[in-house]
Design a protein around this ligand. Structure first.
Ligand code: NDP
Ligand code: 8X3
Length: 250
């Protein structure tokens, strides 16, 4: 049985991706900072599917915690076939001069450096086996910048560069690297971005049907179903109402 590790599985895309892989007979390692949600999801997936599920609580920004959690995985979870670097966030939607510097740090540390730490901790086994698939959750914010997107756009552009760079460096180990760039999707993303302001968050999804977490999970799963010599390198997906970062028909 194959094993997938999904970061940021306590909500949104990550949770839906965990369900998708468990329902397709994968053993699943789920991570996040909220232990209660992790425990709930471990219970839920274990009860629903005939697979093994393991929860790892760590902050992807905490280098030591990342390496120690991966090193201490139980033997039956040590062989990770697919790594999905999904944990991430946006904080704030302000003009550059008004944006909060701590928010910039959090976004860049989580969305870029967090992916570097987790990947570095996971890849030794993939390199040894000369097989593996890494999927990085980018964003259309890493394809076209938009007004008041500064720090978040920078983090997702950075992640896009990192995905390309990982692809170049890891191909000699036969490791696939796929970057997936969703457009607007209704998850807890906007509640986090607007710091609990439900009105501002809801407004983001008014007047059109955004992607759902399940839509994104389906596409992520699809990229892992191709023959071993085929890799989707870069994939942008949006709802039909959205053409790119600027054109959203409400
Ligand atoms: P959610 O807020 O619903 O979920 C985010 C997940 O990331 C949570 O499980 C959260 O877990 C985890 N996470 C955040 N920060 C950290 C951290 N420092 N350490 C560990 N885990 C962390 O958002 P989405 O599901 O929408 O977002 C998932 C990814 O998709 C992000 O990278 C986001 O940038 C990207 N994205 C989202 C889009 C959207 O419109 N929703 C569109 C394009 C890309 P916990 O809080 O428990 O740690
Ligand atoms: C999330 C999509 O357009 O809010 O990455 O940046 S957007």
């Amino acid at each position: 049985m194959r094993t997938v590790l999904i970061t940021g599985a306590t909500a949104g895309f990550g949770k839906a991706i965990a369900e998708k892989f468990a329902s397709n007979n994968f053993n699943v390692i789920i991570t996040g900072r909220r232990a209660n949600r992790l425990n709930e999801l471990v219970k839920q997936l274990t009860a629903a599917y005939n697979v093994k599920v393991h929860g790892l609580e760590f902050d992807v920004r905490d280098k030591k915690a990342v390496f120690s959690a991966i090193e201490q995985l139980p033997a039956e979870f040590k062989k990770i076939d697919i790594l999905i670097n999904n944990a991430g966030l946006a904080l704030g939607r302000d003009y550059f001069e008004d944006a909060d510097i701590d928010d910039w740090d959090t976004m860049l540390d989580t969305n870029v450096k967090g992916v570097m730490y987790v990947t570095k901790a996971v890849i030794p086994g993939m390199i040894e086996r000369k097989e593996g698939h890494i999927i990085n959750m980018g964003s259309i914010a890493g394809k076209e910048v938009y007004e008041r997107g500064n720090g978040y756009c920078a983090s997702k552009y950075g992640l896009d560069a990192l995905s390309q760079s990982m692809r170049v460096d890891l191909l000699r180990h036969k490791i696939k690297v796929t970057a997936i760039h969703p457009g607007a999707a209704e998850t807890e993303f906007s509640m986090v971005r607007f710091k609990g302001n439900a009105e501002a968050a809801d407004k983001m999804y008014e007047g059109y049907q955004p992607l759902s977490a399940a839509d994104v999970a389906d596409v992520v799963y699809y990229t892992t179903t191709l023959p071993s010599h085929v890799c989707i390198n870069d994939l942008v997906l949006t709802c039909v109402a959205q053409a790119n970062s600027f054109y959203l028909h409400r």
